[in-house]
Design a protein around this ligand. Structure first.
Ligand SMILES: [Zn+2]
Length: 414
């Protein structure tokens, strides 16, 4: 099984990353960039070629396909999902991957001219991949393992199941979505059409990752109105919006920020402040895994606003907008979907790494749209930048996990 996967995964992956699919948060259309069609159309052809059924692509470039059941028994329909776009945060065109066979565990020179080195002394986990085949960038672009590794794995697993009918499975649905990196991958996902009882996004990082918890997320904007008066004659007259903004920030818990938190600790993250005497504006985001703590954070912003309004009058406006929610509440009632993935990994000798995501995934939105959707590793590291890489062996393991989950679902679930 091993060699077949390697031989199929590598050319697929290299082909996908050669196509620029960067998404664009400023675009209003779906997909947000025309170029995502280039990969989408290729994938549709390929799905037909490997023998998938009901291959469809809609007007928003959402691709779906079916691997029909090969057993009589009725078992749940499950799904696998990955995304075709790459992040707008870094250069995504002219990706020229380097393939390092039998990695020696030393520094990797990505780009001689620019002296860009991928080093295990900085990225310690590289050491674990000694002897493996690494796919890296040439130091000038991202790689796109996020999430083209996931696409290559899903297609390779489906092809393997088609070619090995002795492996029994129920009906499997797969989907590839546009615009995940700009937070819209789930927006136009037709959950009903997909028709799966649950699914997995293949969009995690290192081997073993299995995630079903993510942040609750909201954004907040605080607008402050001041009153400008000649500073020499301003006593009891001037209201300085900058001063009020400063006071607002000073009332936030100083240690509860991204740079001082990890694991399940939530935070406030002030990411923008601008202003003068007449107007000031603070933009921040709130993140917390715990629903009550999340609520308390929102309350704190309201309390601070009220307090400052009492002091300075009606000059402060707080606007909070919810962004996404922790999928845990949707996954826990159907926890067998996590157990199956865990068991699939363990039976392949992979130690599951279950930890809360310090962010969101499309899976969290999908979970609240009625498709519970934990996230599984796709194998890559250092997403969204020039140090991105993926070990081929990790992609192979992810492919095995997909096959195994299909198998176990047919055996275990009645
Ligand atoms: Zn991704």
């Amino acid at each position: 099984m091993k060699r077949i996967f390697m031989e199929k995964l590598l050319p697929r992956f290299l082909e996908y990353v050669s196509i620029d699919t960067q998404s664009d948060p400023y675009s209003k259309s779906t997909p947000s960039t025309e170029k995502q069609w280039n990969l989408a159309k290729k994938l549709v052809l390929e799905l037909h070629q490997i023998g998938m059924q009901d291959v469809s692509i809609d007007e928003n470039a959402y691709i779906m396909a079916t691997l029909p059941s090969n057993i009589d028994k009725k078992v749940p329909v499950i799904g696998f999902i990955s995304h075709i776009d790459t992040t707008p945060d870094f250069i995504g065109k002219n990706v020229r991957p380097k393939i390092i066979k039998d990695y020696d565990g030393e520094d990797i020179m990505l780009n001689n001219a620019k002296n860009i080195i991928l080093s295990p002394s900085y990225f310690e986990e590289l050491g674990e991949y000694k002897g493996q085949t690494l796919i890296t960038t040439d130091g000038t672009t991202l790689l796109g393992a996020d999430d083209k590794a996931g696409i290559a794995e899903i297609i390779t697993a489906m092809e393997y199941l088609i070619q090995h009918p002795e492996i029994k499975h129920g009906k499997i649905r797969i989907a590839f979505t546009p615009d995940e990196e700009i937070g819209r991958g789930a927006h136009k996902f037709d959950v009903e059409k997909f028709g799966a009882e649950w699914a997995y996004t293949m969009d995690g990082s290192q081997v073993g990752e299995l995630e079903f918890e993510n942040f609750n997320a909201a954004s907040a904007k605080i607008s402050i109105e001041g009153k400008s008066v000649h500073p020499g004659y301003a006593k009891n007259k001037m209201v300085n919006a900058i001063g009020i903004a400063n006071e607002f920030l000073s009332l936030l818990p100083i240690r509860e920020v991204p740079e001082h938190t990890s694991d399940r600790e939530g935070f406030f993250h002030v990411h923008k402040i601008k202003g003068g005497i007449e107007n000031a504006e603070i933009e921040l985001i709130i993140r917390d895994h715990d629903k009550e703590h999340f609520q308390a954070r929102k309350e704190l912003l309201k309390d601070i606003t009220d307090k400052l309004i009492k002091k300075y009058g009606d000059t402060i406006l707080l606007k909070i907008e919810d962004q996404y929610k922790n999928m845990r509440e949707k996954v826990e009632p159907v926890f067998h979907i996590v157990e199956i993935a865990k068991e699939a990994m363990e039976s392949l000798g992979i130690e599951p790494i279950i930890k809360p995501i310090r962010g969101g995934t499309d899976g969290s939105q999908l979970s609240f749209m009625g498709l519970p959707c934990p996230n599984i590793f796709a194998g890559g590291h250092n997403f969204h930048g020039k140090y991105e890489y993926v070990p081929l062996e990790s992609m192979e393991k992810a492919t095995q996990v997909i096959v195994k989950i299909c198998e176990l679902t047919a055996i275990q679930i009645k």
